[in-house]
Design a protein around this ligand. Structure first.
Ligand code: AMP
Ligand code: ZN
Length: 463
């Protein structure tokens, strides 16, 4: 089954064909590094990682570019408010540069903890100011730029199909004027370059042909994607919130300067929510991040497993109960995998069913169902191992790298514990109780929990 992907531009699932044979260029909007990423942000990067792994499984060589927004993202997407970095600096008392470095490092650590494949290129907005200035120059030449007191703006009225990606109702927006226009000509116009206010010394600012200041948020992605992937590449990704403003503006800029709509496929991950309505927002200051899970003894890869249980184009409502269930399922999968011997061959019938689901617009929930059917099948254990191993290239659960935590339980105690586990499986409760008492006299206390029995040493109490 050939790969088909949902494209937000055409609003259809269509067959994927790369622009250059055998190669795929993929650009993913990265984090704004004024704070930690929350697990909602991470859901979007997980979806992009599964997409990349799927492309690789289909035989493509993938060039994957992820940007780091370390300047220019204002607190309001309507070009108002403060730069998030400078605001972060006021919050913590650290310099905007130190904050950017700190949260970039934290983000990369989260990236690795979730077993996301390393991008071919990480690119920082502040390392590409020259490229952004040159891009704005091209837009100016092409007649799309006007100047106000506070910056340079893109005139969206010059493009008939501005906002097509979002199916934007421009007239309705203009008439409604829910957002204040300021000196902008049209409600959808957006900043390309903002001047530093004359009375304020910004921490992040640069000279430009138009005056000292800093770039708008959208221009970084048009400029950096063109640099690393060209002006027409295969797939551009981000969260669903980017459709209406950020990606519409990236397209407008690239179309004006280079005559392309930037990417052949536009793909968007849907939000992680805390309850059915509330989105998880970084700016609210109260959010769950990967370390919050780790401090509750949840493996980051259990969160990865949880994300695989929902299709990327449906909302996923987060709950601790769902995360616990994901942890249990992952533990079971690891235990099975570990118990099987090496040396088998992949089962082609199962592999074909797994691939059919993955290639149908990344239907991972159905692919996971195939995984569990495989686990419960009566195929030889070595075949199970080889087949699951090959699936994990897409799932990214790191099954091969996982090692059980080595316990310091001595061999004879371990043997009694195993015997007791077997008695429990056989529902021989009297034997299980007898063995618990024996273990107690040997200085080991046994508790029964959801994940089986847990033994702790109580030698001190006995002494
Ligand atoms: P930011 O760091 O705010 O620029 O966002 C980084 C990425 O996370 C973007 O692709 C957003 O679209 C995405 N995102 C933001 N909030 C959520 C959420 N609650 N669920 C999933 N993705 C999100
Ligand atoms: Zn972007």
């Amino acid at each position: 089954m050939p790969l088909a992907l949902y494209d937000t531009w055409s609003r259809t699932v269509r067959p994927f064909t790369p622009i250059r044979p055998g190669q795929v260029g993929m650009y993913c909007c990265g984090p704004t590094v004024y704070d930690h990423a929350h697990i909602g942000n991470l859901r979007t990067y997980l979806f992009e990682d599964v997409l990349r792994r799927t492309l690789i499984r289909n035989g493509y060589e993938v060039r994957h570019v992820v940007n780091i927004t370390d300047v220019g993202h204002l607190t309001s997407d309507a070009d108002e408010g403060e730069d998030k970095m400078e605001k972060g600096s006021r919050r913590t008392g650290e310099s905007a540069w130190a904050i950017a470095r700190h949260y970039t490092d934290a983000f990369v650590a989260d990236w690795h903890a979730l077993n996301l494949l390393e991008p071919s290129t990480w690119c920082r907005a502040t390392d590409h100011i020259g490229e952004q200035i040159a891009f704005i120059g091209e837009l100016e030449q092409a007649g799309y730029v006007y100047r106000t007191d506070d910056g340079l703006y893109f005139d969206t009225s010059k493009q008939d199909d501005y906002g097509y990606l979002a199916r934007l109702d421009r007239e309705g927006l203009q008439a409604g004027k829910r957002v204040s226009l300021g000196a902008k000509r049209n409600i959808t116009d957006f900043a390309l370059w903002k001047f530093s206010p004359p009375d304020v010394k910004r921490q992040m600012e640069w000279e430009s042909p138009w005056g000292r200041g800093f770039p708008g948020w959208h221009i970084e992605c048009s400029a950096m994607s063109a640099k690393y992937l060209g002006a027409w590449f295969d797939i551009h990704c981000g969260g669903e919130d980017h459709i209406a403003v950020h990606h519409s503006n990236e397209i407008a800029q690239t179309q004006a300067a280079h005559g392309t709509r930037l990417a052949n496929f536009w793909m968007h991950g849907h939000f992680l929510t805390l309850d059915a309505q509330t989105k998880m927002s970084k700016s609210s200051g109260d959010f769950i991040r990967l370390q919050t899970l780790e401090s509750r003894n949840v493996d980051p890869l259990a969160y990865r497993y949880l994300c695989l249980t929902a299709h990327y184009r449906s909302k996923l409502n987060f709950s601790w109960a769902a995360l616990d269930a994901a942890q249990t399922a992952l533990t079971r999968l690891r235990d099975h995998y570990l118990s099987w011997p090496e040396g088998g061959a992949i089962d082609n019938a199962f592999a074909a069913r797994f691939d059919a689901n993955v290639n149908e617009d990344l239907n991972l929930p159905r692919a996971l169902a195939v995984v569990w059917e495989l686990v419960k099948s009566d195929l030889p254990p070595a075949t199970l191992k080889a087949t699951l191993d090959s699936f994990d290239a897409v799932l990214g659960l790191g099954l091969r790298d996982w090692k059980p935590i080595v316990s310091d339980i001595p061999g004879d105690i371990e043997a009694l514990l195993n015997e007791r586990a077997q008695a429990r499986t056989d529902k021989d409760w009297a034997k299980a109780d007898r063995l618990r008492a024996t273990l107690m006299t040997l200085g080991w206390k046994v508790e029964d929990g959801k994940e089986g029995q847990r033994a702790t040493k109580i030698a001190m109490e006995l002494a």
